[in-house]
Design a protein. Sequence first.
Length: 518
Amino acid sequence: MKEKIQLIYKPFLLALLGSVLACTFLHWLLIIEMELFVVDEMILNLIVPFVVSGLIVLLLLRRRLKILNLQRKHGSMIDFYCLILWIVITVPLVIAQEYLVTVTGKMTELTSVADINKAPATKYYRMKGFFIHKNAAAVRPTFAVTGKNNANFNMQIYVAVPIFTSVGDTLNGAPQAWQGILYSKTISNRLSPEEKETQYQKFARESEQEFRNRNTSDFIYLDRIGPSETKEGFVEAIKTYPYKTNETVLVGINEPFEARNGNKLAWLGGSAVLGSLVFLLMLLIPKIDGQQLERIRAGRPDRRAQKEWKAFFGLFLPREGYFITPILVNANLLIFAAMVLGGAGFVSFNAQELLQWGANYGPMTTSGDWWRLLTSTFLHGGLMHVAANMFGLLFVGVFLEPLLGRARYLAFYLLTGITASVASIWWYDATVSVGASGAIFGLYGIFLALLLTKVFTPAFARSFLLSTSIFVGFNLLMGIAGGIDNAAHLGGLISGFVMGCFFRATMAFDKAAVDQQV
């Protein structure tokens, strides 16, 4: 146990404490104190902790876990241990950032709302002279599909209420600030369009009634909304206002200012202690691997780990016989990263953001935006969407690209992707569609055609025909359950299969390239 504490547990505790202190300090220094950057709150409070903790686990702690004998009948438990470590470090990191925002938030006392844009911007405000014009509220509904297999249909209504200095000031048109009120409801995405419309109308009526009964002036202080998806929703509502105005959005808080931190500090300490104890108990279970312990003590590098990392990063680097696939993967990931940095979201993007970036939408595409048939194949609805599609592309690209060659492989990818987009707008009248899955299904269609036409050896064909059929069938079944564009999937799959059969009959494959794949 001494070796486990010295070589694993102490570095883990230092990493946990160091990451919380370092991230929180840099957040305070660069964003809050020096105001060098304006960053979306989700990126600061969730994505950065998620990435930092992941890097700590992968680059520092994973290699130390190898002194444990985690090998089991069905494989190694090291990935499970890494996942637990990732969670244990991420949770305190996230809570620490949330706590930092509230504990450092400054309160500004205003004699009139007219002073809000003259004084330095702070997070919290108290003010005396104001008039909230309920009858002039700006409203914007939004809809988004989220959850595993797109099971949830989220409805939100953003209500931005203009705040003036006085009743007489409303004649000037432009308010000094806005009060933000958000209504939200989640229903099943498996409902028919008619059922969704009925549910939305009911939700809209209930929200309207609540707003009519609400006393918008009943608050103790106001919280200024920072850059976030929520802020963008209110800004879009404000844009519908007939006068040009500022975009300062405030949320009324009806509890003492001293209670703004809630129990965040207790949760921070509690999550760190509980997570540390859980990991300590996990360390008691496995025995020590003597060979790995000796290697670490001698300071010798882990050759196998180096090979694994080299092979992993090699998937994203173009090379002979595998040139187009990594370029396509990197292009999709870079576009996803650009959307995240642009404030579109992270876990999921709303339909309006996707349309601005080039999503496929029948009424817009057929009205002249035909370029959407292609651009939509490089967009994704969120983190899990892009991750799943890129995994599928990497898998099939390794086998197909060396056989087809660069030009033919790229042409097939683009053609099946466009065909999938055409199938989507042909089947769905008004659905926002994005994703590389149509083109990827096209590649799987080609792969199926080659597997069935004896390009590969019988043993290879049997093995991969089964796994490919399961992959395709599972995704199509998920599409039937709802929330997935099966028209695009089928359009890509069928067009790819036809192209694969046609080119199989009209061209000769390089036998050496085929043998290399099997």
